[in-house]
Write a protein that binds this ligand. Structure first.
Ligand code: CUA
Length: 166
């Protein structure tokens, strides 16, 4: 069988890039430990309300950890619990979230906080909130008729304001 010269080059190029990408994925997954952020911590999605820490959703100040606050958040069709999160600016925050039913998103619009919430899995993201303002948390996974109405609010406040009313 005769294969045209350019066809051969193209075959070599196609096979070469496939192998190159498989090597990149393999090295990052098995050597560098890159994987979905929710692949390690699982739970029974039908028992979210009884499972710690989701039995107590909200903003929790923590001591002696690498972060200052833990925000525990439960998504369900079509809302988030809590509906409002308030954090002093400059805090390091660990967001811990899951869903009670279908796949939802957790995106803090205008920031790089963005997680996919899948039933049976816990998603986490640690970040420092360094910009004062009110940010809308939106669901960015289509989850049903109420998808567009599903939101929560992250309020990043001046550190002083926060301590004065606590
Ligand atoms: Cu929840 Cu879309």
């Amino acid at each position: 069988m005769h294969i045209h010269k350019y066809e051969k080059w193209w075959l070599v190029f196609g096979t070469g890039t496939l192998i190159a990408f498989l090597i990149i994925i393999g090295v990052s997954a098995f050597h560098s430990g890159t994987h979905p952020n929710n692949s390690k911590w699982t739970l029974d999605y039908e028992k979210v309300d009884e499972t710690a820490p989701f039995d107590n959703p909200g903003v929790h100040k923590v001591e002696g950890k690498d972060w200052d606050y833990e925000v525990v958040l439960v998504a369900s069709a079509f809302s988030y619990n809590p509906t409002e999160i308030e954090i002093p600016v400059g805090s390091k925050v660990r967001f811990i979230a899951t869903t009670k039913d279908v796949i939802h998103g957790f995106e803090v619009a205008g920031t790089n906080i963005n997680m996919m919430l899948e039933p049976g899995y816990v998603s986490e993201q640690i970040t420092t909130v360094d910009q004062v303002g009110e940010f809308t948390i939106v669901c960015n996974e289509y989850c049903g008729v109420g998808h567009a109405m599903m939101y929560s609010t992250l309020k990043v406040v001046e550190a002083d304001d926060n301590s004065s009313h606590k």
